[in-house]
Design a protein around this ligand. Structure first.
Ligand SMILES: [Zn+2]
Length: 448
């Protein structure tokens, strides 16, 4: 999304100096009024639908009051799910490795500013504030306590990231674009929230640390908010956990309710890109691909588009898919643009009819990428040269047999020895077709 949730400031701030992308609205100056970004509502709806939630027809913004330097207004505009409040989406689920993780709610809110501490958070004598991030649209996704260990948490987050990325609503690669607060409670113990976890790898580490800490804690853990110190790989107590009443939630009087009617939901659903999971499942069913191949293809937007174009032109779907994943996936999109699905399919057809070998197909693709020559010309050139004539292959067979005369007798009775000789022929002439080499060798062994 190009702009912040309630003002026209750019949400692309990462290359900027601190406090360059701010205006009176996101800086929280008195007398300013927020104006809701319609795109944010559309995106939040999309995330809700992708996570199988029900989307509220009408939801309100609330003020969550707290006094902290990252929040210049003294409150965060967020949503609230109690006292008559409803979040924009709720009651969804995500399946991670066969296990269902329930989504409690998704709420639309503004991001606070970013605090930078001198040294560590617990010892720092001052902190610096950057409001470039203040006011950027954020969806908070809250799950039910269905996640049982650190590994599951990591898998869940990875899944969430792939969904959000295939929707195109956020770039999870960007620093801080996806953040996680983890709540941990051991059976019978209090709930501890760990904040400031920067990456999925760190989530796993922080959770493992916190589980161990609470287990070995003498007495019960107290309800509190802790900070994950990445450098020292420990959690530090920040403050005792605020109770909800501490935030003094009340409806935001400066904004009208968010309205997402059925027509809008239908429109968003229609425009919504297929998420990677659904795409992979469809590839398995529709094209008979293996689940691994389907997953790899579906994970990449451009490759899957190329696959679908190619699959329309030719039925050899498995061959098309494996050649795409094997040969095209590591290349930049600019390089890939050099070949068209039509040319690609022509190559696959030749491969299937054994007019060329897999090694030759690979070579032709690589040559097309390297030289920029049209793949079609390369393919036709190869057909024209008839892939090494039989006479030439027969000569190579003579050479191979002459080098190992004893192999003839062996090959007559032993399939393995026979295949070995075919292998030797192909080693001499990689462009030879294995079927032709085998046919000619057979003939030679029968003394014809
Ligand atoms: Zn602004």
């Amino acid at each position: 999304m190009k702009t912040k949730l309630f003002c026209g400031c750019s949400s692309d701030y990462r290359e900027n100096e601190p406090n360059e992308k701010i205006c009176p609205v996101c800086f929280g100056l008195p007398g300013t009024l927020p104006v809701l970004n319609a795109k944010a509502v559309e995106y939040a709806t999309m995330v809700g639908l992708a996570l199988n939630c029900s989307v509220a027809g009408r939801s309100l913004f609330y003020r969550k009051n707290y006094f902290y330097p990252d929040l210049p207004k003294g409150f965060q505009i967020s949503q609230y799910d109690k006292a008559g409040g409803v979040p924009i989406a709720s009651s969804g689920s995500v399946v991670v490795e066969g296990k269902k993780v329930r989504i409690t709610r998704i709420q639309l809110e503004e991001d606070p500013g970013k605090l930078t501490y001198e040294g560590t958070i617990d010892r720092s004598t001052y902190s610096l504030v950057d409001y470039n991030r203040a006011g950027i649209a954020l969806v908070e996704i809250v799950t039910e306590p269905d996640i049982e260990d650190a590994r599951e948490a990591k898998l869940f987050l990875e899944k969430l990231r792939s969904i959000v990325e295939s929707l195109g609503v956020s770039n999870g690669e960007l620093d801080g674009a996806m953040r996680c607060d983890a709540n941990i409670s051991l059976e019978g113990g209090a709930r501890v929230e760990v904040k400031n976890i920067s990456s999925f790898k760190e989530v796993e580490k922080a959770l493992n640390y916190e589980i161990l800490r609470q287990r070995t804690f003498s007495g019960n853990a107290t309800s509190e908010t802790r900070h994950w110190d990445e450098r020292r790989s420990i959690t530090i107590a920040l403050r005792s956990k605020e109770a909800e009443q501490d935030y003094r939630y009340f409806p935001e009087p400066d904004l009208p309710p968010i309205v997402v009617d059925q027509g809008k939901i239908a429109k968003v659903r229609k425009a919504m890109p297929e998420v990677s999971d659904a795409k992979a499942a469809r590839y398995e069913k529709e094209f008979g691909l293996s689940s691994q191949l389907a997953k790899e293809l579906a994970a990449n937007k451009e490759l899957s588009a190329f696959f679908e174009e190619s699959a329309k032109l030719h039925d050899g779907h498995k061959e098309i898919a494996s050649l795409i994943v094997g040969e095209l996936s590591g290349r930049s999109s600019a390089t890939r643009d050099a070949i068209t699905p039509e040319e690609f399919v022509e190559l696959v057809r030749m491969l299937e009819s054994s007019s060329i070998t897999r090694a030759q197909a690979r070579d032709m693709l690589r040559e097309a990428f390297r030289t920029g020559k049209p793949l079609r010309d390369l393919v036709r050139g190869k057909v024209g040269s008839a892939v090494v004539d039989e006479g030439a292959i027969a000569d190579i067979i003579e050479k191979v047999v002459a080098a190992r005369p004893e192999a003839i007798a062996e090959a007559r009775n032993d399939k393995k020895a026979f295949n070995y000789l075919v292998g030797q022929v192909l080693k001499e002439e990689p462009r030879a077709l294995p079927a032709i080499a085998a046919k000619l060798l057979e003939r030679r062994l029968r003394g014809k």
